[in-house]
Design a protein around this ligand. Structure first.
Ligand SMILES: Nc1nc2c(c(=O)[nH]1)N[C@H]1C(S)=C(S)[C@@H](COP(=O)(O)OP(=O)(O)OC[C@H]3O[C@@H](n4cnc5c(=O)[nH]c(N)nc54)[C@H](O)[C@@H]3O)O[C@H]1N2
Ligand SMILES: Nc1nc2c(c(=O)[nH]1)N[C@H]1C(S)=C(S)[C@@H](COP(=O)(O)OP(=O)(O)OC[C@H]3O[C@@H](n4cnc5c(=O)[nH]c(N)nc54)[C@H](O)[C@@H]3O)O[C@H]1N2
Ligand code: SF4
Ligand SMILES: [Mo]
Length: 886
């Protein structure tokens, strides 16, 4: 008898919460996915993205064989070519003429091997990570204040706190399971208060007692004001400050310059004095405070100062190193933390060993037996790609990241890669914006196939375990790097026989001549057998060999030379690029609930594609009107660096003068919409992290002759000023717009959709609306709607028609009308993607008296699985209550 195969315990490959997942393969290349009830990050919960992992495992678009140019080659040929490219470039131009650009989506083992090869054996520190765009400011802020990159808070502290301050974090959408843990703790204990500090009113406001919609970039002033208020109120923990810190007076003097009084702070931050007072009073009156931050803090030209301005307030009150309190930088990627641990950033060595600390270089050189170990820091991401553009870096190997989309000044990045002599890309997908520019493409194992460890936001190391066989010729990233290392003549140092042996070496390095001088110590894990490693239960570091793990900083000792934390005197300054008459608006960018980064995986999931199928530009309604736009129309976003096209969404929760666009869409999935073509390349002077949340822009109507919708079972390659591809369960959906005459465009698109003439075609007499549909027998194959003005078709209903085996008679006519008849009301925009419940149905249920999320859940099921849509459900309920009052 065959029972259900046992579930594989693994970890979600998306955000830094690091949820445990149970995966049961279905034997057909897919798997059933569930939350792991025993994992300490999520205790069984998963968000919409985690729950939809099963929909992302398909192989249709995977890179399955090595390629040189567009030709499939053997692994030997590809690896020889990569080794030759790097060897020749180094021989001719020296080690600093080559670079690796890596990612927080590599496993710790992959990351370790890449860092070891380039720093230890090629002999340059030109290795940087997409963590530069993500965590670099927090890393630098921690090191300045604590003497080490150590996060002293864990998830349970959020639940134990009495006040949680969220700064520049859309926790509800970006760390949904952590958000749910916080929401549940608050529901159980309403005394737990939440303050949300974000220029936008996001879904995270759902649990906020106070929202401070501050002026973008003004966080330093806000927290300097808090430091001054702490002193004013006599709330300083004098004993802690005296015994465990230095530099308090200098930091206070600077804070007072920024914050001579409350009114001054209110002006700088553009906040009501009363709201500031409430925030400060709450902070002063509450001992257990966690301040949690993310990209609204890090992605800033004053990111490091923002981090330290926050940490200053925790040091001044001694609120660090104890349960329920502390400064908490949460990580974005599944292994952002692992990359920091192995040191795969241009300004670090490895294992929290530093270029600057005397003796560290020598320790690493001896441990690795690497006489060629890089002696000075390499180029950080933005500078690295500028050096590629300037021809100084002539060979680059990009692993597990998509810089042609995710870096600022993305058009310049693309041009740089286009002119680079030798570009190698390791990816799981064949057609990414970056892979298109590669000379050699190397197929990497994906989630579900690869094996190793990741570290989450609370320093907890968990395993990613394989439950699918490697497809095609795809190989583990560590294997690929080690093979190239061997071809470069470093066989002995890279003779790893699997991830377990790499992990043991990494753990041994963290303990090497450590003796309590370095925070990162995994000595207790350096002796794991292969079997221990395979069964490895999640563990938090430090995990030294001899001592028991203690809460970081519980003893008031820090990792500076004198053991004391540093207050940092950091004065407020405005963002680097100021608005002007030509570019009067501020572009803020970030994430959507159901997409991950450059969408190479989440865009495969029909249910995730339903939440926001297009890249919308969120604007205050007054700004929309002022620019002659209307909601739903297309607009061009322009900056000094480039432009992109978006559909306009009216969002009263935006501040006037600021617009928000998602970072996700690429040229592989759309045309004209890469927002980082617009983003400015200013960076924080210390961390090198780009200011991705603040670019001066202009927004203007996009002149179009027509816009439309194509639904088809086949994928299309389009060449239009605006097009966006989204996957449905039985068809693809293309939103399109163009500036050529509508009749000609219609004919060209019809030709692209099918070789034959449409079975149905309806043009209205004025020539303003053209429609066609194609059938294969009775089965719907495609439909095309073009019109001079955007039309409100019922897209969800139309996409459902592709699920029917046969469409005949009146159904066909309804199809060309673009919507269901009166008898079948449309479900509307998808809110709960787990059960496919649309906005209209939710509004109906609310109208019929379901005024709580529980009641909605009982009636429709929505919100009862992953819970990611709960903030939006509450929003619809609140809206209805407001209407009732008005
Ligand atoms: N759904 C989803 N979740 C993700 C990801 C994803 O792609 N999709 N990516 C993961 C990764 S790698 C990361 S790094 C995290 C990021 O997680 P978050 O940082 O929470 O997400 P973002 O949307 O980038 O930005 C957060 C907020 O910063 C605000 N902000 C902008 N400027 C300022 C400012 O000057 N001050 C303050 N206080 N706030 C400001 C923005 O309005 C935005 O709401 O998410 C992770 N989780
Ligand atoms: N405007 C704007 N831009 C931003 C941000 C923002 O807030 N606003 N946020 C920044 C931040 S915080 C981040 S983290 C970056 C993220 O930006 P990227 O790292 O560029 O985004 P991803 O789409 O995650 O790219 C990962 C790539 O690796 C591939 N991949 C996945 N798993 C593996 C694997 O195991 N091995 C290999 N070899 N390949 C793999 C995927 O197919 C994909 O092509 O974007 C940054 N860019
Ligand atoms: S919160 Fe969601 S995306 Fe993040 S690790 Fe958990 S399931 Fe994955
Ligand atoms: Mo990130």
């Amino acid at each position: 008898m065959h029972g259900t195969p046992p579930a594989t315990r693994t970890t979600c490959p998306y955000c830094g919460v690091g949820c445990g997942v149970l995966a049961v393969p279905d034997g057909r290349g897919g798997a059933a996915i569930a939350g792991d009830p025993d994992h300490p990050a999520n205790f069984g919960r998963l968000c919409s993205k985690g729950a939809a992992l099963g929909e992302t495992l398909g192989l249709a678009t995977r890179l399955l064989h090595p390629e040189i140019g567009d030709a499939r080659v053997s692994w030997d040929a590809a690896l020889d070519r990569v080794a030759e490219g790097f060897r020749d470039t180094v021989a001719k131009h020296g080690p600093d003429s080559v670079a690796f650009y890596v990612s927080g989506q590599l496993l710790t083992e992959d990351y370790y091997v890449a860092n070891k090869l380039i720093k230890g054996f090629i002999g340059t520190a030109n290795i940087d990570s997409n963590s530069r765009l993500c965590m670099a400011s927090s890393v630098a802020g921690h090191k300045r204040a604590f003497g080490a990159d150590l996060v002293p808070v864990q998830y349970s502290d959020l639940e134990a706190a009495d006040l949680v301050v969220l700064v520049g974090s859309n926790l509800a959408w970006c760390h949904p399971v952590l958000f749910q843990r916080l929401a549940a703790a608050k529901a159980k204990r309403p005394a737990l208060k939440v303050v949300n500090i974000d220029p936008r009113a996001t879904a995270t406001n759902d649990i906020a007692d106070l929202h401070l919609a501050l002026k973008p970039g003004s966080d330093v002033a806000l927290f300097n004001g808090l430091l001054a208020a702490i002193v004013e109120a006599g709330a300083v923990d004098e004993c802690f400050v005296r015994r465990h810190t230095v530099n308090f007076e200098q930091a206070l003097a600077t804070a007072r310059r920024d914050a001579p009084d409350l009114a001054a702070v209110a002006r700088t931050c553009d906040l009501p004095v009363a709201d500031l007072q409430r925030f400060y009073a709450g902070f002063l009156a509450t001992e257990r405070v966690v301040t949690l931050w993310s990209q609204g803090v890090n992605q800033s030209s004053s990111g490091v100062d923002k981090v330290d301005a926050i940490i200053n307030c925790h040091l001044a009150t001694g609120r660090i190193g104890k349960a329920g309190m502390g400064p908490f930088s949460i990580t974005g990627q599944p292994n952002a933390m692992g990359g920091r641990e192995v040191g795969a950033l241009a300004n670090m060595l490895a294992a929290h060993l530093d270029f600057e600390r005397p003796g560290d270089h020598d320790k690493l050189r001896r441990f690795w037996q690497a006489p060629n170990l890089a002696a000075r820091p390499g180029l950080k991401a933005v500078d690295m790609f500028r050096a590629v553009g300037a021809g100084k870096i002539k060979a680059i190997w990009i692993m597990a990241t998509n810089p042609a989309v995710s870096l600022p000044e993305a058009d310049a990045v693309r041009r740089a890669l286009g002119t680079c002599e030798f570009v190698v890309v390791s990816d799981c997908e064949r057609d990414t914006d970056t892979a298109r520019l590669a000379h050699v493409r190397l197929p990497a194992l994906a989630w579900g196939e690869k094996e190793g460890t990741v570290t989450n936001s609370e320093r907890r190391i968990s395993r990613q375990a394989p439950f699918l066989l490697p497809p095609g010729e795809a190989r583990a990233d560590w294997w690929i790097v080690a093979q190239v290392a061997q071809r470069l003549g470093h066989g002995k140092a890279f003779a790893f026989d699997g991830p377990a042996s790499i992990f043991r070496e990494h753990a041994a390095l963290t303990a090497f001549e450590n003796g309590g001088t370095r925070d990162l110590d995994l000595g207790g894990l350096a002796g794991l057998s292969d079997t221990d490693y395979a069964r490895f239960a999640p563990v938090q570091w430090p995990a030294p060999a001899a001592r028991k793990m203690a809460r970081p900083f519980a003893d008031g000792r820090f990792y500076t030379a004198d053991g004391r934390a540093r207050f940092i005197a950091a004065g407020a300054r405005p963002p680097m690029q100021a608005t002007s008459g030509e570019h009067p608006l501020v572009l803020n960018t970030g994430r959507l609930r159901d997409q991950w980064h450059t969408m190479t995986r989440t865009a495969k999931s029909p249910r995730l594609s339903r939440h926001r199928p297009e890249p919308l530009l969120e604007m205050h309604p007054d700004d929309i009107t002022a620019r002659g736009l209307v909601p739903g129309s297309l607009a061009r976003l322009t900056s000094r660096w480039g432009s992109s096209v978006h559909r306009v969404l009216a969002e009263p929760g935006m501040r006037r003068g600021e617009v928000f666009a998602p970072m996700h869409w690429t040229d592989a999935l759309a045309g004209g919409v890469r927002v980082n073509a617009v983003s400015n390349p200013a960076v924080d002077p210390i961390s090198g992290q780009p200011e991705l949340k603040h670019t001066p822009v202009q927004v203007a109507p996009l002149p179009t002759a027509w816009s439309g919708l194509i639904l088809t079972r086949r994928r299309l390659g389009l060449d239009l000023p605006y097009w966006v591809d989204a996957v449905g369960s039985s068809c693809r959906r293309y939103e399109v717009a163009g500036d050529t005459p509508i009749d000609a465009a219609f004919a060209i698109l019809a030709d692209q959709i099918a070789a034959m003439r449409p079975n149905l075609e309806v043009h209205d007499r004025t020539g303003r609306r053209l429609r066609a549909a194609w059938f294969d027998g009775d089965r719907l194959e495609a439909c095309l709607f073009l019109a001079r003005e955007p039309e409100p078709h019922d897209r969800d209903w139309l996409m459902q028609q592709f699920e029917a085996e046969a469409l005949t008679g009146p159904d066909r006519l309804r199809l060309l009308a673009g919507r269901a008849g009166a008898e079948a009301a449309s479900a509307g925009r998808s809110i709960c993607v787990c059960f496919g419940i649309g906005e209209n149905r939710i509004r109906e249920a609310v109208g019929a008296g379901a005024m709580t999320v529980e009641a909605l859940g009982e009636r429709l099921g929505c919100g009862t699985n992953c819970g990611s849509c709960l903030p939006e459900l509450r929003g619809l309920i609140a809206e209805s209550k407001q209407k009732a009052v008005a």
